[in-house]
Design a protein around this ligand. Structure first.
Ligand SMILES: *Cc1c(COP(=O)(O)O)cnc(C)c1O
Length: 631
């Protein structure tokens, strides 16, 4: 049976996690479908053009049309739920800026939401500053979450003066007094919201952000106290929004339903007590199916955007009906679901860890140490029936080998031969074990340790920090050769000097996958892989481990005729920019090297010409890209 791109699509799960945005074409290349239609972008086919824009690897590709598509999917889902359930209110989404603060990303989302009353959510003064520079629709709101000081409150009220409807959300009890004080000083009527702490918990890795031990939100008593404070200042009619947030990447729909039920009930009770609440903000948490399994597993979600919107609208409607209060304008703060799909990291695999071709005999000289000779005998005598026993013998010999080396009885040559033979025995053991019906646990573990390591030009810490911090999974897939059977089971190591800088768990719809089948590397030909779905949190959380900086970026759209267009290329950090972040000044560094060279010249230890060359090279290297150049 020949291997086709359809097999690749199944193996890498492209249709499952790609959600219509990714596919494979007849040439065996990964494609992106920014509008989820037949117009697709062949990423590998685009590389030549990208190089003409002087972009280097690793490279972050952004697809602004995917952002627009996500915005419309979310708003459409709520609009149709509103129609279907005859909901007597509307939906106003706000984009939480912290999920991706990149200026182009925020602009693309605001642009897509124009005419649909899309608003923005800020968690700090700097994020609020971003929100206040965007032209929003008349009906859009700006939501200010996060802990607040006087300046934050003041900036929000200035926003009101500038004509924005900026809600200050009380996250901690003292903020009620603070808002009252500052708004009185400034003579600006504030829009006030309160974040309530639900008893319902989220699910998945963000479970901690909700429930009674959460960092944010008022308990029921605190909520009542805050209302008293607001009333004392005559601000009770300014309390118009009730907010909750049940955590991010909520994997189970039942958790969402119970949070919405609890939040809607609190809204209804407040409303029937006479507070003129107008908005119910259900926060973020709408998930992304990173592994495409459609389950409640951490990397997945067991519901769709449509089901999410339907449940929110239906439950709020039902509870307001039961409590006989008007329904609120619904607000949600989905960030991950809007941005995850739009960004893909492309990295070049530059090589692999050294590995001996299995199965070739190793010449053992007659004067080699006895332990080495015995290992050789074991390797030669192995077959299917004795492989387990012989493996254990070889492991015992390994101990002996190390002991003899420690005692000084073994030459370096013999140590090398012994190590190679042990590698041979282990690999042959795994091969035999895999032919058995049941593979013992010890051999599964052994195989994991023997797996090939592909070395790719990127930094886990800069480009997918959640892989390191939270073991979060992201789909990894070669961008070409998808019509060829991938025969090398490998993990993916980055170029940092950190053993955590490795992707060793991969998405799989059914099980834990600890290696990914990739293609044999070909001499002189580059091999590129993509890490997909990294547009939420990743490209803005990145850190500078080993001073690998921000990567080059290109923004790509597909035109009406189906042709791909590179609309923007953004160079990544140069070495001096990253160095300056940590206090190393470019001119001082060059001056230091020059002083050293001059001293050597004065002492006649270096010629003037060589000194000049060395200083020039050093200065030039500070203008270089921080990543490797495998070409
Ligand atoms: C982080 C955050 C969000 C965004 O959550 P997603 O799960 O990415 O949609 C929304 N609201 C608040 C208050 C947050 O802290």
């Amino acid at each position: 049976m020949t291997y086709t791109s359809r097999d690749a699509s199944r193996y890498y799960g492209i249709d499952a996690w790609g959600q219509g945005y990714f596919g494979v074409n007849g040439r065996g290349n990964l494609t992106v479908h920014p509008q989820r239609d037949e117009r697709r972008i062949d990423i590998f086919g685009l590389l030549g053009r990208l190089k003409r824009h002087k972009v280097r690897f690793p490279l972050l590709l952004r697809f602004p049309q995917i952002l627009a598509s996500r915005v419309h999917e979310l708003f459409d889902a709520f609009d149709s739920a509103v129609r279907e359930f005859h909901y007597d209110g509307t939906y106003r989404g706000v984009f939480p800026i912290k999920v991706n603060q990149n200026a182009d990303v925020v602009s693309a989302i605001v642009h897509a939401g124009r005419g649909r009353n899309l608003g923005l959510e800020a968690g700090s003064k700097a994020e609020l500053a971003i929100a206040l520079t965007h032209d929003l629709d008349e009906g859009a709101i700006v939501v200010c979450n996060g802990y607040k000081d006087e300046e934050y409150v003041r900036l929000a009220l200035r926003g009101c003066q500038l004509g924005y409807k900026v809600f200050l959300i009380i996250e901690k009890p003292p903020e009620a007094e603070l808002i009252a004080k500052v708004s009185k000083q400034m003579g600006v009527e504030p829009y006030i919201g309160i974040r309530t702490r639900l008893q319902s918990r989220g699910s998945g890795m963000w479970e901690k952000s909700t429930g009674s031990a959460a960092k944010f939100g008022l308990t029921t008593q605190e909520l009542l106290d805050a209302l008293e404070t607001l009333t004392r200042h005559g601000l009770e009619s300014r309390f118009q929004l009730l907010h909750f947030h049940a955590g991010s990447q909520i994997t189970e729909i039942r958790r969402i339903k119970s949070a919405v039920r609890e939040g809607a009930r609190i809204y209804a009770k407040l409303r029937s007590e006479g507070y003129p609440l107008e908005y119910l903000d259900v926060g973020g948490g709408l998930g992304v199916d990173y592994d495409g399994s459609n389950t409640s597993y951490e990397a997945s979600m067991n519901y769709t955007v449509r089901e999410y919107a339907n449940d929110v609208v239906y439950i709020v409607d039902e509870i307001c009906g039961a409590e006989n209060v008007p329904v609120p304008t619904l607000v949600s703060e989905s960030g991950r679901a809007l941005t995850a799909y739009h960004a893909v990291l492309i990295s070049e695999v530059g090589g692999r860890n050294a590995e001996e071709p299995s199965g070739e005999d190793i010449m053992v000289p007659a004067d080699a140490h006895d332990t080495v000779k015995e290992l050789h005998e074991i390797w030669l005598g192995m077959h299917q029936k004795n492989h387990r026993e012989f493996f254990h013998d070889a492991e015992a010999k390994r101990e002996e080998l190390l002991k003899n080396f420690d005692l000084g009885f073994l030459s370096l040559r013999d140590r090398a031969l012994g190590e190679r033979l042990i590698g041979h025995v282990r690999r042959r053991t795994v091969a035999f074990a895999k032919e058995q019906r049941f593979v013992p646990d010890e051999f599964i573990e052994l195989e994991k340790n023997l797996v090939t390591k592909y070395i790719a030009n990127f930094s886990v810490f800069q480009s997918i920090p959640d892989h390191w911090a939270l073991d979060q999974l992201f789909p990894v897939v070669p961008i070409h050769r998808l019509g060829e059977k991938p025969t090398v089971a490998a993990t993916l190591c980055d170029v940092t000097c950190d053993s955590y800088g490795e992707i060793d768990e991969f998405v799989d719809p059914l099980e834990k996958r600890t290696s990914l089948n990739m293609h044999e590397l070909q001499k002189g030909k580059p091999y590129y892989i993509a890490v997909a779905l990294i547009g939420a949190y990743q490209d803005v959380l990145g850190d500078y481990h080993n001073l690998f900086g921000r990567v080059d970026e290109a923004h790509v759209v597909v035109g009406k005729n189906g042709a791909a267009r590179i609309v923007k290329a953004v160079p990544g950090d140069e070495a001096h920019e990253v160095l300056e972040l940590f206090g190393h000044k470019q001119d001082e560094m060059v001056a230091a090297v020059r002083a050293r060279a001059d001293a050597l010249v004065a002492a006649r230890k270096l010629t003037r010409a060589k000194a000049k060359q060395a200083v020039a090279y050093f200065a030039e290297s500070l203008d270089g890209y921080t990543y490797l150049n495998f070409r």
